[in-house]
Design a protein around this ligand. Structure first.
Ligand SMILES: Nc1ccn([C@@H]2O[C@H](COP(=O)(O)O)[C@@H](O)[C@H]2O)c(=O)n1
Length: 644
């Protein structure tokens, strides 16, 4: 872990359900390879993950089973470790390949900018040669100008210990926001390709592994499932998904399941399969058979039972308490040389990038989804009511031209919470890493401009067909977790009352203790394996419900309540002397560039003749990252080395 990472908190744990074939899965790491430095539950780093995977691989080998490591994309954008360097990714590209990854694919974030997809072509694909799969992604090679697959379309291999014949593919959802140096083939077209049609007819396959930067409950995965099933009515299929930033497990049928493993290095997904055929063993030598027999005899590994197919899953909280426990190690035996070295390299990168440099002190937590909007603790309220009016309202058109402006931001532009205490250079990138700048459409009739926000938030008629016809997916406005449709949100938004909050906090501890006791009792009654230590206090965290039930998380947590947020929020930017502007019948409509298409479409829908070409940069086209960082420095800044 990083030197400033908080120590993990001991918690009751569920064991890993090892099988004949096991997987570790990361997705949507978004540059959080240094781990979370303000959240003990997720404070392990990429170096620790390397050590962990190495112990898990050794255990698999010792038990004669197999372990595959999978990553399903969006490794870039979202944390200072990636975003603060010039060029971006200078330090993450180096440390990433120190992990042995068996199967990986591309996320949409690798493709927003031409240079990041060229990084995949020139750095990541060669570094993971043989593991990287691009089933529906091509790139224009900058040397030849020729369009070519970013990597192999699929991969077939036999696992070393069990001899399981795996056919793996790696997809990206039907993403349309990529730069023009890449081509994403829609999944419905990719499945018509000869290579795909041949692959799904292969009879010498024991398991299809379909990885993808694709939500588990999307039409893309559904189509892949149906098409594979049309040719392989009972060959097991394991999907690994991503993109929607949630923990999720989907059961398609009794031989087809999928795992999604959260976001931001919070979660290491674990999946296992038992009862698979081992076609690859037929070809093995008598020596291999002897070794295999020896393994079975000696280790009596329950997972080698051949009775029926079974799948399992666990979402591991990425902290050292969990990682030590599951790998059967301790602080002394856990770190491998490579893991320790990677943690040290991340620490020096963070120092070189001044990521711990404090910009100010946050007075309390501000939550993206964990507080209702609007409210005192809502990150969106803070942004719309404090940050944007102060920073964007100073634009020349507001002050000199005495003009009112309406500034609209999509809630998806915010990616993470603000914690009470130090707000560092890193925090600004974590909250909003995007480089898209603010722009404005000048002189829009006020009555029309005021109707844009409601349309973007509730505009069924706008956001359904017209937006989709232009390739504008309305789900992209809100945070991806919410777009997944799987975020369990509070039924009603309650007004915040401070005393109530205090009382709630007092009651929480007794509830926590009560539940821990109940969990102990319940498990004992059901004759289940005891949790590692159910007397331990529960901390707030993931309490996932998926198709397999509510026992997926490795760590027992106190439930967190999530609130739904609107697609967009609006700030009114008023001039210092609003007399003239107050009644003006035109205003400027300001927005961050990412939502330009939606804003222009909404105005056109309202009868205003505008085009994106009419827009001008606002506040010098600053990014939201810069705007937030400046506001924090000006408003939460503290002198010298004083503690927050
Ligand atoms: N310039 C950008 C780019 C993206 N967003 C938001 O991020 C969402 C996509 O994030 P994933 O991690 O799910 O790929 C997208 O839906 C937008 O909400 C943005 O605001 N500005």
């Amino acid at each position: 872990a990083q030197p400033s990472a908080p120590s993990p908190i001991a918690a009751p744990l569920r064991e890993l359900p090892w099988g004949q074939l096991n997987f570790l899965h990361t997705t949507d790491t978004h540059g959080w390879h240094g781990g979370h430095l303000q959240e003990a539950s997720y404070s392990a780093d990429w170096g620790d993950y390397i050590s962990f995977a190495s112990h898990m691989r050794a255990k698999a080998d010792a038990d004669g089973v197999d372990l595959l490591v999978v990553d399903t994309g969006d490794r870039v954008e979202g944390n200072g470790l990636y975003d603060a360097s010039d060029p971006k990714g200078k330090y993450t590209f180096d440390v990433l390949p120190e992990q042995h990854i068996d199967l990986m694919c591309t996320g949409n974030h690798e493709l927003y900018k031409a240079n990041s997809s060229f990084n995949e072509l020139n750095v990541t694909v060669p570094a993971f040669n043989g593991s990287y799969i691009a089933s529906n992604l091509d790139i224009y090679n900058p040397d030849t100008g020729v369009m070519e697959p970013l990597a192999q379309r699929y991969k077939k291999f036999t696992t070393p210990n069990q001899g399981i014949r795996v056919l793996a593919m790696g997809f990206l959802y039907d993403f349309t926001g990529n730069a023009n140096n890449t081509v994403v083939q829609k999944v419905k077209d990719a499945i018509k390709e000869d290579w795909f049609q041949t692959a799904i007819r292969d009879r010498d396959v024991d398991l299809f592994v379909i990885i993808g930067h694709v939500g588990l409950r999307t039409q893309e995965f559904q189509l892949l499932y149906k098409t594979i099933r049309s040719q392989q009515w009972d060959t097991p299929i394991h999907f690994f998904g991503g993109h929607t930033h949630i923990r999720d497990y989907r059961i398609w049928d009794n031989k087809a399941v999928g795992l999604e493993s959260g976001r931001y290095m919070e979660t290491i997904g674990f999946a296992s399969v038992d009862g698979l055929n081992r076609g690859g063993k037929k070809m093995s030598s008598s020596h291999d058979d002897d070794v295999d027999h020896h393994h079975r005899e000696l280790r009596n590994v329950a997972t080698l039972r051949r009775a029926g197919l079974s799948f399992n899953r666990r979402y591991i909280d990425n902290n050292l308490f969990s990682l030590y426990h599951h790998s059967g190690t301790d602080a002394h035996s856990f770190p491998t040389d490579v893991g320790r070295n990677v943690s040290a390299r991340i620490a020096s990168a963070r120092a070189a990038l001044h990521l711990d440099a404090r910009r100010g002190c946050a007075p309390h937590n501000f939550w993206l989804n964990r507080a209702p909007y609007p409210s005192r603790d809502s990150l969106l309220s803070w942004l719309a009511e404090a940050v944007l009016p102060a920073q964007l309202g100073a634009d020349g058109r507001v002050t000199a031209a005495n003009r009112t402006a309406l500034a609209i931001t999509n809630s998806g532009a915010l990616r993470f919470d603000v914690f009470k205490g130090a707000f560092t250079r890193d925090s600004a990138f974590a909250i909003s890493p995007f480089t898209s700048g603010f722009r404005a459409l000048p002189d829009v009739p006020r009555d029309k401009a005021e109707r844009v926000l409601p349309l973007l938030n509730h505009g069924g008629p706008l956001l359904d067909r017209p937006a989709r016809a232009l390739g504008l997916d309305p789900r992209l406005l809100a945070p991806p977790e919410q777009g997944s449709g799987r975020l369990e949100v509070a039924a009603e938004v309650v007004a915040e009352v401070d005393e109530e909050e205090e009382e709630e906090q007092q009651q929480q501890q007794s509830r926590v203790e009560g539940r821990a006791a109940a969990a102990r009792g319940g498990r004992a009654e059901r004759g289940q394996e005891p949790l590692a230590d159910a007397r331990l206090k529960l901390t707030p965290g993931y309490t996932t419900k998926d198709d397999a039930g509510d026992d997926g998380d490795d760590t027992l947590h106190e439930k967190i309540t999530f609130y739904s947020v609107p697609n967009c929020v609006q700030s009114v930017l008023r001039p210092a002397s609003p007399a003239a502007a107050g009644d003006a019948d035109v205003v400027d409509v300001v927005y961050n560039e990412f939502i330009e298409g939606y804003v222009v479409l909404a105005l056109k829908y309202l009868g205003v003749q505008v085009e994106a070409a009419d827009a001008v940069p606002w506040a010098d086209g600053k990014s939201l990252t810069a705007v937030i960082a400046e506001w924090v420095g000006e408003n939460w800044g503290v002198e010298g080395e004083e503690e927050c």
